[in-house]
Write a protein of this length. Structure first.
Lengths: 301, 395
């Protein structure tokens, strides 16, 4: 008997009764990721939506041992947990669960330190491209042109490219994923968990409230981000870059869906003028030029 | 047990080894750096079972140490000054989590201006954090308190972290005679680690997620109650230490009294310069002044009963090597709160490494006898005037 997606996803470890908003991409991510992660994991949650989504203590909707920590403390706390588990002779993966604010901004030093030390941890960034838990302020991971509550007329600076920064650390495994493509995400988590050393997966998590689209369209927006090549799906294992099948069309500019299709389905780019849109397109193009070189083996970060 | 001539930093590093610490997150900062260097050297020589995580900041040092402790092993770190302030958020996080962790604070002034020398303001700035806070007066005591800290923090009546203050340079870098216990002696003293909450794949607990306001407040109260309850644990641990490990020291009380029985005047003091105060007292007594010393060893929990018993019939001088701007010395404030009806004088001195020895102590005590109230700043010699530049409007 073959298993369908629904059967596989029923093995997830997210329990009912979370405090997530309707259409929450982080709940989708937790469902998919926990399916692939299975047992023998400890989740380290830094400040963010997931601090709230897991529900009120002493109960928890995450059916894992969870350590909630301060905003910038995730990768270091995970390093300590990994060391403790080693000394106890336990085969347990310490998994950091952080948003883009916790990753690109306040937690950057701690993340970089853990990567440089090649800690045996898995770092997951659920990237909704703003500080959504505090009501949608801009982060280092917000794309140019997007309006947030602290950039009402649109952000003037580019999105910090975290996966590239992580690849430059020469860690064993760096991947990107999107909640719109569960199989791809599961496969990457499964692989990342088996890596001995530092691995990280950045998951695009379109947020209906911050991005201003219908809560029923989360998966659709997450797919469009990939189809228009705004969000690349790739993995870099020991320096070898692989573009995921869902994204191979992006290698040729002519086969990409126009980025407008991704931008117009959401409200956060409505103030963005042509100049900003062009800059965003340039950002995406440049990223793909680099990915192409890496894919062909002509460039290593 | 064997005698060695070692510095405070050496003594603490040996205590960490003897206590079989399993994980330490380390980050250098003067004056504690030699502790973590010493641990690293022992590790590379294969003498240390501790896993060392060489992190990129003090915030991460405490986060890594906390993570290891939450995952069920004995964990330790050391810091000072700016480092302690940088990890402040995690210091609170550990106490709130009721996870036993032990830390050394090699006390040092806080900038700006840059100053690496000794004072206690960094240490004192954490006294609301929920940590048990002890302060050593000798390298021997720094070692003793570090070993006892693991027993105290892992006691079920406590389950709180503990920091041990040690005067920068004066104790951290000065070599004195230290009785170093054997591994067997420490093993017989420290029981295996226990803790209420452990990260374990078999046990899907969530630590630190949101609680209702009422539950949150209950947890806060429980920290306060554990602090109060820790007083008897500290005394038990101290007595047991003197019985099983190093049979010297004065650990049957939280704080220490010196020549106070018949004294009219008492000098309240904490840390290495307590010994200067004791010498000053010895000499002043020869001149007929009935003065003694009350050495504060534990800032948290505050030994209210001991303080009242020791000092309520004295005229009290409190020397602070730290300051709470706009209020005065922290020890002064604490003692005053315990003895509201007693005449108390507070003197703030020795900040940023200003050198205060026996002779300066005698000057301070004589002035106090003349005028036993108020708060004063004492400089051992005529200090030049320091003023802000005259302000200008900015174009």
């Amino acid at each position: 008997m073959s298993l369908g997606v629904r059967d596989i996803l029923n093995r997830h470890k997210l329990m009912p009764g979370t405090s997530a908003c309707p259409g929450c991409p982080e709940n989708i991510a937790m469902r998919i990721i926990s399916t692939a992660l299975g047992e023998n994991a400890v989740i380290i949650v830094v400040a963010g939506c997931s601090s709230v989504i897991q529900g009120m203590g002493p109960n928890s909707a995450y059916n894992y041992p969870v350590l909630n920590v301060a905003f910038a403390a995730g990768p270091a706390a995970a390093s300590g947990i990994a060391a403790a588990m080693r000394t106890r002779g336990k085969n347990v993966k310490a998994v950091v669960w952080a948003g883009d604010g916790g990753t690109a901004d306040i937690g950057m030093a701690s993340l970089s330190g853990a990567a440089e030390r090649n800690e045996d941890i898995l770092y997951i960034c659920v990237d909704n491209e703003a500080y959504m838990n505090t009501g949608g302020q801009r982060s280092g991971s917000t794309p140019i042109g997007a309006s947030t509550t602290t950039t009402p007329m649109g952000k003037r600076h580019n999105k910090k490219n975290i996966p590239f920064i992580m690849m430059a650390h020469r860690v064993p495994y760096v991947a990107t994923a999107s909640v719109g493509y569960p199989h791809d995400l599961m496969e990457k988590i499964r692989k990342a968990k088996e890596i001995r050393g530092f691995s990280c997966v950045q998951v695009l998590c379109p947020d209906p409230y911050g991005w201003m689209f219908e809560p029923s369209k989360t998966a659709e927006v997450a797919k469009l981000a990939v189809q228009t090549c705004y969000w690349p799906l790739f993995e870099c294992e020991n320096g070898i870059l692989k573009i995921s099948d869902e994204c191979l069309h992006c290698l040729d500019k002519r086969t990409r869906k126009p980025i407008q299709e991704f931008l117009k389905i959401q409200g956060r780019f409505k103030h963005a003028d042509q100049q900003k849109i062009r800059e965003l397109e340039e950002y995406v193009n440049e990223m793909w030029e680099k990915l192409k070189l890496m894919y062909k083996g002509n460039l290593k970060l | 047990m064997m005698e060695k001539v070692i510095s405070g930093n050496d003594a603490v590093a040996l205590a960490v080894k003897l206590s079989r610490v399993k994980v330490t997150g380390i980050y250098p900062i003067t004056p504690q750096t030699y502790i973590i260097e010493s641990l690293s050297e022992m590790k590379d020589r294969g003498e240390l079972e501790t896993e060392i995580i060489r992190v990129e900041s003090e915030h991460s040092a405490m986060a890594a140490t906390f993570g290891a402790a939450a995952a069920g092993v004995r964990a330790y770190t050391a810091t000072a000054s700016q480092g302690l302030l940088y990890m402040h958020e995690m210091v609170w996080w550990v106490a709130g989590s009721r996870i036993p962790v032990v830390m050394t604070v090699g006390t040092r002034a806080v900038g700006p201006p840059w100053n690496i020398w000794n004072e206690h303001t960094d240490f004192m700035s954490e006294r609301d954090s929920g940590w048990i806070m002890a302060f050593a007066s000798t390298p021997q005591e720094a070692m003793d308190l570090t070993i006892t800290a693991f027993r105290i923090t892992e006691d079920e009546r406590v389950f709180l972290p503990m920091m041990i203050g040690m005067d920068g340079f004066i104790l951290s870098h000065t070599k004195t005679r230290v009785y170093v216990p054997s591994q067997e002696e420490v093993d017989s003293y420290l029981p295996p680690r226990r803790q209420p909450y452990v990260l374990d794949p078999e046990d899907s607990i969530a630590m630190g997620n949101m609680f209702s306001p009422e539950d949150y407040m209950k947890l806060r109260e429980s920290i306060h109650r554990a602090q109060i309850a820790s007083k008897e644990v500290i005394v038990e641990a101290g007595k047991e230490y003197m019985k099983r490990v190093v049979p010297i020291g004065s650990y049957s009380t939280l704080n220490e009294s010196y020549k106070l029985e018949d004294a009219d005047y008492a000098v309240v003091i904490m840390g290495a310069w307590s010994l200067d105060a004791m010498q000053a007292v010895d000499e002043l007594r020869k001149e007929g002044l009935k003065v003694g010393v009350y050495r504060v060893r534990f800032v948290r929990p505050w030994a209210e009963e001991e303080v009242v018993k020791a000092l309520s019939d004295k005229s009290v001088l409190v020397l602070d090597r730290s300051v709470s701007f706009g209020r005065g010395g922290q020890l002064y404030t604490e003692v005053k709160a315990s003895l509201p009806d007693t005449d108390i004088k507070g003197v703030i001195t020795g900040l940023g490494g200003v050198s205060i020895g026996k002779n300066e102590m005698k000057v301070i005590i004589r002035k106090f006898v003349e005028k036993p109230q108020g708060i004063e700043w004492f400089y051992p010699e005529e200090a030049r005037k320091i003023e802000l530049r005259s302000p200008r409007y900015i174009k």
